[in-house]
Design a binder for this molecule. Structure first.
Ligand SMILES: [Zn+2]
Length: 67
């Protein structure tokens, strides 16, 4: 159903595989991940913003939990 929408793998430019999108294979997915973890991108220390931590409005959920 998704014919024609496949983008080429950003690593090797082969057609992407459905199960590994946007990559053509698990290998390319891991390659990209390795790039991320390899120090090309500086990953800041993990400190969640206070806004998210203080967000507790459980009572007003838009979705009904019981269907
Ligand atoms: Zn690839």
């Amino acid at each position: 159903m998704t014919e024609g929408t496949a983008r080429p793998c950003p690593i090797c430019r082969k057609p992407a595989a459905l199960e590994h999108q946007p990559f053509c294979s698990l290998r390319c997915a891991n390659l990209d991940l390795g790039r991320w973890l390899g120090g090309h991108y500086a990953i800041p220390a993990v400190e969640p913003p206070d806004d998210l931590a203080a967000n507790d409005d459980d009572a007003s959920g838009p979705e009904d939990p019981r269907r």
